[in-house]
Design a protein around this ligand. Structure first.
Ligand SMILES: Cc1ncc(COP(=O)(O)O)c(C=O)c1O
Length: 378
C-alpha cells in the first residue's frame, strides 16, 4: 500500500540520534538551541522555541498572548482540531471562520464578519502547505486590535511573495510530526521576531520557571523561581538531533514535494472530475498535502475504497472542526456555520505526497484515481 504520507529517515539521522544517546544531555541540552536557531533561520524568524508538538506551540502562543476566559479567537473551519483546541486550553472560545472555496484558506471577508469586540487573536492555517493571504487577513485584524497568529504546521518552507513562513504573523507554529516536512518523532516550534515573547514561550514550556536546568548548573545554583503556571512542553536533545539532521535535507524534500505536485497537476488536467485546489499567485507552496476536489457526481467514499483496493492510501483533511461532537455539544456549533468548508469537506481527498514517493508510484496514483473516478460517477 502506498501511504498518503511517510517520513524519510536515513543513516545520518540515525547516527545523529545515537550521538546524543552517548552524550551527557538527553533532554534540554546543547542540541535544542542549535535546532531552534537553525529552524528559525530557515523560516526567517529571529527566535524559535522548540516544544513537544505543534499543538503545544499553538497553546504556548495563545498563552503568551494572554488569551483567556471571555476572549474569542478566530480559527478556520478546515484545520486539524488542534488549532481550535489550543484556544480552549486557555479558557477562551474559538470562533469558526469559513474558508475560500478555491484554496480552503481562511476567508478574509468571513473573518471580518465573525470578528466581534471580544476577538483577541486570529490563527490563520496554511492549509496543505499554502501560506494564507496574510496581507488581507492583517487588513481585517489590525484596525480591530486582533493579533494575527500563524498555524504553519503544514507550511515549513512555504513563502508568500518571497516572504517565508515565519515572517508573516506575530507568532508562528510549526509541527515536526512524521507526516510533516521534517520529523522529530513528536515535536513543534513557536517562531517569533520578538526576544521578550521568545523568553515567555520558553518559560511556559517548562512549568513557568524562569531558568532551565543547564543554566542553573552553569551558575552553580539550586535556586529557581516559578513565576506563572506553565506546562512541561520541552522537546528533548534526542528529538532535536533528529530534527537538525532532517533540516539539512529539507531543501531536497521540498523540491521533491514540488516536483510530485507538478506531475499531479499536469496529469489531472486531463482527468475529468478531478480538480487540484487553487494556488494563490505569488505563493511558494510547501505541499505538506496534495488535495484534490472530486466533481459533485463522483461518489467520494467509493473512490476512497477503490483506491485502497488498488494499493493507494488516501485521506480526508479535514472534517470541519465545528462538526465534531465535542464542539457541537460544548459550543453549539453545527452545519450551516461555514458553508464553503462544509461543501468542500464532502468532495476533497488527500493523495500520497512525501519525498520518498517514486515517479512510478505517483503514476500509479494518477492511473488509479482516473480509473476510480471514471467508474464511480453518481
Ligand atoms: C494544521 C495543524 N495544526 C496543528 C497540528 C498539531 O501538530 P502536532 O501533531 O505536532 O501536535 C497539526 C497536526 O497535524 C495540523 O495539521
Amino acid at each position: 500500500m502506498i501511504p498518503y504520507a511517510r517520513q524519510s529517515i536515513d543513516e545520518d539521522d540515525i547516527r545523529a540520534v545515537a550521538d546524543v544517546l552517548r552524550s551527557d544531555w538527553l533532554t534540554t541540552g546543547p542540541v535544542v538551541p542549535a535546532f531552534e536557531e537553525a529552524v528559525a533561520r530557515f523560516a526567517g524568524a529571529a527566535h524559535g522555541v522548540a516544544v513537544s508538538s505543534g499543538t503545544a506551540a499553538l497553546h504556548a502562543m495563545c498563552h503568551v498572548l494572554g488569551v483567556g476566559p471571555g476572549d474569542e479567537v478566530l480559527v478556520p473551519a478546515i484545520t486539524f482540531a488542534a488549532t481550535a483546541n489550543a484556544v480552549l486550553y486557555c479558557g477562551a472560545a474559538p470562533v469558526f471562520v469559513d474558508v475560500d472555496p478555491d484554496t480552503l484558506l481562511m476567508d478574509p471577508a468571513d473573518l471580518a464578519r465573525k470578528a466581534t469586540p471580544r476577538a483577541k487573536a486570529a490563527i490563520a492555517v496554511d492549509y496543505a502547505g499554502q501560506p494564507c493571504d496574510y496581507d488581507a487577513l492583517a487588513a481585517v485584524c489590525r484596525p480591530r486590535g486582533i493579533t494575527l497568529l500563524a498555524d504553519a504546521c503544514h507550511a515549513l518552507g512555504g513563502a508568500d511573495k518571497g516572504r517565508p513562513v515565519g515572517t508573516l504573523a506575530a507568532m508562528t507554529a510549526l509541527s515536526f510530526h512524521p507526516v510533516k516536512h521534517i520529523a522529530t518523532g513528536e515535536g513543534g516550534m513557536a517562531l517569533t521576531g520578538d526576544a521578550e515573547t521568545a523568553k515567555r514561550l520558553t518559560r511556559f514550556r517548562s512549568h513557568g520557571i524562569d531558568a532551565d536546568a543547564r543554566e542553573r548548573e552553569r551558575l552553580g545554583s539550586w535556586h529557581y523561581a516559578m513565576v506563572e503556571l506553565g506546562c512541561n512542553y520541552r522537546l528533548s536533545d534526542i528529538n532535536c538531533a533528529l530534527g537538525l539532521s532532517q533540516l539539512a535535507k529539507l531543501p531536497a524534500f521540498l523540491a521533491r514535494r514540488r516536483e510530485i505536485a507538478a506531475f499531479y497537476d499536469a496529469a489531472f488536467a486531463a482527468v475529468p472530475g478531478v480538480a487540484p485546489l487553487a494556488v494563490r499567485p505569488g505563493v511558494s507552496h510547501a505541499y505538506h498535502l496534495y488535495v484534490v476536489r472530486l466533481a459533485a457526481d463522483v461518489d467520494r467514499g467509493a473512490v476512497f475504497n477503490a483506491l485502497r483496493a488498488a494499493g493507494v492510501g488516501t485521506n480526508v483533511h479535514y472534517i470541519p472542526v465545528h462538526l465534531h461532537p465535542y464542539y457541537r455539544e460544548r459550543l453549539g456549533t453545527g452545519p450551516g456555520l461555514c458553508p464553503a468548508a462544509e461543501a468542500a469537506y464532502e468532495r476533497i481527498l488527500s493523495l500520497p505526497m512525501f519525498p520518498g514517493l517514486t515517479d512510478a508510484q505517483a503514476a500509479q496514483v494518477v492511473d488509479a484515481l482516473a480509473e476510480a473516478v471514471k467508474s464511480r460517477h453518481g
